[in-house]
Ligand binder design. Structure first.
Ligand SMILES: Cc1cc2nc3c(=O)[nH]c(=O)nc-3n(C[C@H](O)[C@H](O)[C@H](O)COP(=O)(O)O)c2cc1C
Length: 187
């Protein structure tokens, strides 16, 4: 795995991702690097679900059904979007936070942030391996029926669907914040 130049870190729209995805060896490296995150109290407040192969289309179908059931008036184009969502990237990693809300020492916020680092590490790792990725949520990340479909416990929540694959077209850069707007000296 080559270290990536963080100045070049860039997401690729999931719809522009395609084959190839990581092979078995690359996937192992991707996942191993993803779990090397700061974790106050070593709680491991996260886990990952891999969605690949036929499971992607099945997940898209299931999301479409749930969406239709939740909102019978929804426009057919939106339902179709659910169906299509998982057909592009060869690998989707569902990052799940396992938050212990009442932990005596480690605030829930810190556990959630550790899970966020896993998702971000997946972005970095994917790019380091020569792939591209995007972290998406959308309604499905916040829907209890989707959580049940994925087998999440009541204490678990989806923090993102990280789509990983190869970019089929040039990835557009976007404007980044001006440092002067976000950094200041405290005196
Ligand atoms: C928690 C989280 C959820 C996101 N969910 C979406 C989403 O549902 N749809 C979307 O278009 N972008 C979403 N994004 C933004 C993209 O992941 C990505 O940041 C964006 O495409 C810009 O690319 P960049 O990572 O190169 O800045 C999300 C980002 C974060 C951190």
């Amino acid at each position: 795995m080559e270290p990536i130049d963080l100045d070049l870190r860039l997401s690729a729209p999931a719809l522009q991702l395609g084959e190839p995805g990581p092979d078995a060896v690359q996937l192992e490296r991707l996942l191993r690097s993803a779990v090397r995150v700061p974790d106050h109290g070593k709680l491991v407040p996260w886990r990952m679900l891999l969605v690949r192969g036929d499971a992607r289309a099945r997940l898209g179908e299931a999301l479409a059904s749930i969406h239709q059931r939740n909102d019978p008036q929804v426009a057919p184009a939106k339902i179709e979007k659910n169906r299509e969502r998982f057909r592009h990237a060869p690998l989707v990693v569902v990052v799940v936070a396992r938050i212990e809300d009442e932990h005596p020492k480690i605030p829930a916020q810190e556990q959630l942030l550790s899970a966020g680092c896993v998702a971000y590490n997946l972005l970095l790792g994917a790019q380091a391996l020569g792939f591209r990725a995007q972290w998406l949520t959308g309604w499905a990340a916040y829907d209890r029926d989707v959580a049940d479909l994925l087998g999440l416990a009541a204490s678990e929540r989806i923090i993102g669907f990280v789509h990983v694959g190869s970019a089929r077209e040039a990835v557009p850069e976007r404007v980044r914040p001006d440092l002067a707007d976000v950094v200041s000296d405290w005196r």
